[in-house]
Design a protein around this ligand. Structure first.
Ligand code: ADP
Ligand code: MG
Length: 288
């Protein structure tokens, strides 16, 4: 027997690295009117690295650079967030005796950051906007994370992330397949968001920054039309569920994103998304 068009399209998409969970999803992909992208781990590689440590100057609490990094890394130790991993990795280079041991009362809030007790101190590391430090953010094209110790701003960690190879090409190809302009939805700061939008071909009026997970989902609903959302994180799960079609990054993606999504990019290759949309449209022309 010859395979029904939607099933051969699923097989074909699979060869291009898109795992599509059902025939219904294969059909829906082609109906896409608009694309919304997550930033960190989706349009970027999601493996940021620490580029600068900025302890708060006088009259701040007066931590040395190494001390600030060490406190932050101890608090981040149990977080799976890419920013947390970069901070922990940077602290591995600290001299022995300048690292803090275990953290207690670890708490993680998706889209916000972490808090923990380290050496008897309350340490919070996370989004400046969410921690009430939005007006003090240092100048950076990357991501600035604030460190607060015992309720006082102790300094900043600046991190940078690379654009994922293929991301600009994928955005361009998807722009051709859709009529409405694309959007970038992120929990990160407006400045970091606009820098990535500019480098990937997303118009600046499509950028929404500082979003909490449920706000990303709202943004998807407010976009109107049938939205294809591409994301990777735990924080993207609500948006993946709210979208007409949700696609998760397979390698970079969290388990929750992979489970919630309708399709998975097995090799994290974004250029497979326009291919899958085109395959769906072709299959739909064959299904009558
Ligand atoms: P994105 O939408 O770009 O993937 P997230 O929603 O995961 O970003 O995170 C949004 C913001 O929250 C980050 O830019 C960062 O400021 C902060 N944040 C979240 N988790 C952490 C963490 N573990 N450590 C430090 N900052 C964090
Ligand atoms: Mg992400």
């Amino acid at each position: 027997a010859t395979m029904p068009p939607l099933l051969s399209a699923i097989a074909n998409a699979g060869r291009h690295g898109v795992l599509i969970k059902s025939a219904v999803v294969m059909e829906r992909l082609g109906q896409t009117d608009r694309i919304a992208y997550d930033k960190t781990g989706t349009l970027t590689e999601g493996t940021p690295h620490l580029v600068k440590i900025l302890p708060e100057p006088e009259p701040g609490p007066g931590f040395a650079e190494n001390e600030l990094l060490s406190l932050a890394a101890a608090a981040e130790h149990r977080s799976e967030h890419p920013l947390a991993r970069a901070i922990v990795a940077a602290a591995h280079d600290l001299p022995r005796g300048e690292t803090h041991g275990e953290a207690y009362d670890f708490r993680s809030a998706p889209g916000r950051g972490v808090t923990a007790t380290v050496a008897g101190r309350e340490v919070a590391v996370g989004s400046p906007e969410r921690l009430g430090e939005g007006t003090a953010v240092p100048d950076t094209d990357g991501t600035a994370v604030v460190v607060r110790v015992d309720g006082v701003r102790a300094g900043w960690l600046l991190l940078a992330d690379r654009i994922r190879p293929g991301a600009p090409e994928a955005v361009t190809a998807l722009n051709r397949l859709t009529t409405a302009p694309p959007a970038l939805l992120t929990g990160d700061s407006s400045r970091a968001a606009h820098s990535v939008a500019e480098r990937t071909g997303i118009p600046s009026d499509g950028v929404r920054a500082g979003l909490l997970p449920h706000e990303k989902a709202e943004a998807v609903r407010e976009m109107g039309g049938r939205v294809l959302f591409v994301g990777d994180g735990v924080n993207d799960a609500p948006a993946l569920a709210a979208a007409h079609t949700g696609i998760a990054m397979g390698r970079a993606g969290s388990d929750l994103a992979l489970e919630t999504a309708d399709a998975v990019l097995v090799h994290d290759d974004l250029t497979a998304v326009p291919r899958a949309v085109a395959l769906s449209r072709r299959a739909r022309r064959l299904v009558v």
